[in-house]
Design a protein around this ligand. Structure first.
Ligand code: SF4
Length: 254
């Protein structure tokens, strides 16, 4: 297969998965995103813009764009400061009204955010993959950050009037009671003030430690019916969450 840095990994209306080197952390035990990254060399700014050309040559009527890069938009090892600004400027020139990007909390700084808000006057949302509001389990998952780190990043976003989204895993490894864990995480995210919440059914991704935990019988991912039951309870306390069990269903072959 030809590896090229001027096409996104995947795209569909409203979403672009940019080709970039893997997440510089790349240690979360459940995460297999790095295998999506076909390159270890950071695309040039020109190549990133060509990835956007590819998207806009195919889709041209979306007003909201979500940009992912299998890691952090603000990770300098994945996307340089110059490329970040050029990407956002290009989206602004396309009259995009809302942009969502994702980042680990340690990469979220006022300076990096300002470099984007100078270019883009629409609604910017920064998503953080918190996964679970439990420092003990975050450590076991090898997330490499704590709740305090997430709260600090949230404060930076909130202080600059930037919207925030949190990703939470339902039924990750090491959790004894997936229902209580998910409800606690949603209550936490609500208390902190995240603007949006997305809940994802956790499943063993290929070539990860999480997959080995499942193979060794140390992690039993939820069945779809259990995931749905937990989501019903969550919707009672937070009706605006969005959720996906797509990976979980794919895993169980539903
Ligand atoms: S920070 Fe995100 S992309 Fe990086 S290893 Fe963890 S889950 Fe994967």
């Amino acid at each position: 297969m030809e590896i090229t840095n001027d096409k996104p990994i995947r795209m569909w209306p409203g979403t672009i998965i940019l080709q970039s080197p893997p997440c510089s952390w790349d240690k979360c035990i459940f995460c297999g995103f790095s295998k999506d990254c076909l390159t270890s060399v950071q695309p040039s700014t020109r190549e990133f813009l060509k990835q956007l050309d590819h998207y806009f040559d195919t889709y041209d009527d979306e007003e909201q764009i979500e940009i992912y890069n299998s890691g952090s938009f603000f990770d300098d090892e994945q996307i340089s400061a110059e490329s970040r600004v050029a990407i956002i400027r290009r989206l602004s020139d396309e009259n995009i009204k809302g942009i969502t990007i994702e980042s680990r909390p340690e990469h979220i700084t006022k300076e990096k955010l300002k470099s984007l808000t100078r270019e883009f006057k629409g609604k910017l949302t920064v998503a953080i993959g918190l996964e679970i509001a439990d420092d003990t389990i975050l450590k076991k998952l090898n997330k490499g950050f704590t709740l305090e780190d997430v709260e600090n990043a949230y404060c930076i976003l909130d202080g600059m009037g930037i919207s925030s989204r949190v990703y939470l895993l339902v039924g990750p490894p090491f959790v004894n009671d997936p229902k209580e864990s998910a409800l606690n995480s949603v209550r936490y995210a609500k208390k902190i003030g995240f603007t949006e919440m997305s809940l994802i059914g956790a499943y063993p991704m290929e070539n990860t430690k999480g997959k080995r935990l499942w193979e060794n019988g140390e992690w039993l991912p939820l069945k779809k019916a259990d995931f749905d039951g937990i989501i019903r309870l969550i919707l009672e306390i937070e009706p605006k969450v969005d959720y996906s069990s797509e990976g979980l269903e794919g895993f169980w072959g539903n």
